[in-house]
Design a binder for this molecule. Structure first.
Ligand code: YSA
Length: 354
């Protein structure tokens, strides 16, 4: 066997497979070196030692050469693959689909932002509300015809024995009348006033529910933004100023507001307000407002007193408003039907993605 030729052959093996074949040929069970080893027994001790040494050297040299060539071939294969798989960084990438805010969330954020700039705090309240806060405390006792204006989902806790509605201080108010899915955000006026002393200004964004026959402008679930300002000398002029500022915030410098007298049990006097929509040159009815009815201040102070707190609302005045958020979106974007909002159709939602 010619070791030089063998080493050269190994060094030139073109593929990993041919290298494996060479390994078998020289070092395998019936390989050339192995065959030579087997002849050692027939030699004299002198010759055996000498040939044994040479064979061991060959074996070591062959193993080293095989290993080196294998590493070389693997490196070559890797380089070839890398070349083939190279990324063309100049190609345009794939856009990942990204979510966005729902149209209602966007309008709500915009509205809240306008009030934040005027120093209003933002508070939220429970969607399952006691009849007391949703109706009675805002001067809508159960015999009051105004209750008919808000068809109501009544809730029973038959299967949730541990469920309670908590008052402003965590007290259980479940027993104060029935439980309702709140029909408006106005109940939060009472909850907030009980807990705080004036002066303050807040807005309350939130989801409300009405047992309505739905149509293009009525949903059974929609959103309102409530506003409440209370202090020693708050007047109707402040209300007009704030709503006019909202109109300018929403519709630019041309924006303006209009007020018409109307009735809500929780304000006196009460108004409904509309805003001028410059692009369409028309008025949009957006919500109700007015000066907080003294009945509410009395109900709040009575509640505070029962909780051991001092009365805080005597001599105070305030104004409040409540507006429909989807209605504003409908009018502003010219959307023909409010029911599109919550059908989760992407073709609709994508048009308003933020
Ligand atoms: C009035 C005076 C205040 O001092 C404070 C608040 C209010 C508003 C009162 N709480 C209220 O809920 N009045 S409302 O029944 O007329 O609803 C207010 C607005 O919610 C409406 O102007 C309308 O924009 C929207 N809305 C009412 N029912 C709706 C609806 N939007 C969609 N679907 C419905 N079913």
């Amino acid at each position: 066997m010619n070791i030089e030729a063998a080493l050269e052959e190994i060094g030139k093996a073109p593929t990993l497979e041919s290298l494996q074949a060479l390994k078998v040929q020289y070092l395998g069970k019936n390989g050339l070196v192995t065959q030579e080893m087997k002849t050692l027994g027939r030699l004299s001790p002198e010759e055996r030692r000498e040939k044994g040494r040479v064979l061991n050297e060959w074996k070591a040299a062959l193993e080293k050469a095989l290993e080196a060539r294998e590493a070389q071939l693997r490196e070559e294969a890797l380089q070839a693959r890398l070349l083939q798989e190279s990324i063309d960084v100049s190609l345009p990438g794939y856009a990942f689909p990204s979510g966005g805010l729902h149209i209602t969330s966007r309008i709500m954020q915009e509205l809240v932002g306008i009030f934040r700039k005027q120093g209003f705090s933002v508070v939220e309240g429970p969607e399952v509300e006691s009849e007391f806060f949703n109706f009675d405390a805002i001067n809508m006792p159960d015999w009051h015809p105004a209750r008919d204006m808000q068809d109501t989902f009544w809730v029973e806790f038959k299967n949730q024995p541990g469920f309670t509605i908590q008052g402003p201080f965590g007290e259980d108010v479940t027993g104060r009348g029935g439980a309702v899915l709140r029909t408006h955000t106005s109940g939060m006026q009472i909850r907030y006033m009980i807990q705080h002393t004036p002066p303050f200004r807040i807005v309350v964004p939130g989801r409300v529910f009405r047992y309505e026959q739905t149509d293009a402008s009525h949903e059974a679930m929609f959103h309102q933004l409530e506003g409440l300002v209370v202090g020693p000398n708050i007047t109707m002029a402040d209300l007009k100023g704030a709503i006019s500022e909202l109109a300018r915030g929403l519709f630019g410098e041309e924006g303006k507001a209009r007020f018409q007298p109307t009735y809500f049990p929780f304000v006196e006097p009460g108004v409904q307000f509309a805003m001028w929509w410059p692009e369409r040159q028309k008025w949009l009815e957006l919500g109700g407002a007015g000066m907080v009815h003294p009945y509410l201040f009395k109900a709040v102070d009575d509640y505070r007193e029962r909780q051991g707190l001092p009365r805080a609302y005597e001599g105070m005045t305030g104004w409040a408003f409540g507006m429909g958020v989807e209605r504003l979106a409908l009018l502003r974007y010219g959307i023909p039907d409010i029911r599109y909002f919550y059908q989760n159709r992407l073709s609709f939602l994508r048009q308003f993605r933020g």
